[in-house]
Write a protein that binds this ligand. Structure first.
Ligand SMILES: [Zn+2]
Length: 171
């Protein structure tokens, strides 16, 4: 998936000369994400890897130089394909590896040309802005703040979104 994604957006050397052109969005926190990071060199800490918690084996690849982006989703039907095509092979792992190596891209993936909303404040490099939340006093980078009804700057947990945690006490 990683190699195909890079190829389709014209990124030939993601770990070398094309390093700064590639942004990848992953849609699951499973081993696929680490594999993708290892193959392409994108990393969450460099802001070249973005994560959405969709629970899908899928990723979008963007060439920031050309604006071309493709989304690739693994087809669930590829598992059935492995069972049908290589039923003679003993282990399931072997059936899958052989199938995935020999199947066409269309048999394994749904591939789409997409447009991604990628702003200056999503890009790698130094933070573009840093504001302080009027409620919790914590700093918020890169435009992730919300403006409250009274015009006050709020972080997402204090604003409309709510947080994934609930504070019990300050230690
Ligand atoms: Zn806050």
């Amino acid at each position: 998936m990683a190699l195909l994604g890079c190829k389709l957006i014209g990124v030939a050397d993601p770990r070398g000369v094309d390093r700064k052109k590639l942004i990848v969005w992953v849609e699951i926190d499973r081993c696929m994400t680490d594999a993708l990071s290892a193959v392409t060199g994108v990393r969450l800490g460099r802001r070249s890897l973005k994560y959405f918690d969709y629970g899908k084996v899928a990723a979008t690849f963007l060439n920031t130089e050309t604006g071309r982006a493709v989304r690739i989703a693994a087809l669930d039907s590829s598992r059935a394909l492995a069972e049908a095509r290589y039923a003679s092979l003993q282990s399931k792992k072997e059936r899958q590896i052989t199938t995935y190596r020999e199947a066409s891209e269309e048999e394994l993936f749904k591939i789409e040309a997409v447009r991604v909303d990628f702003k200056e404040t999503d890009a790698p490099g130094r933070p573009r802005t840093r504001l302080t939340c009027a409620r919790c006093s914590e700093g918020v980078n890169d435009g992730r703040e919300i403006i409250g009804e009274g015009g006050e700057v709020l972080c997402r947990p204090c604003g409309a979104d709510g947080a994934y945690y609930e504070t019990e006490s300050r230690l």
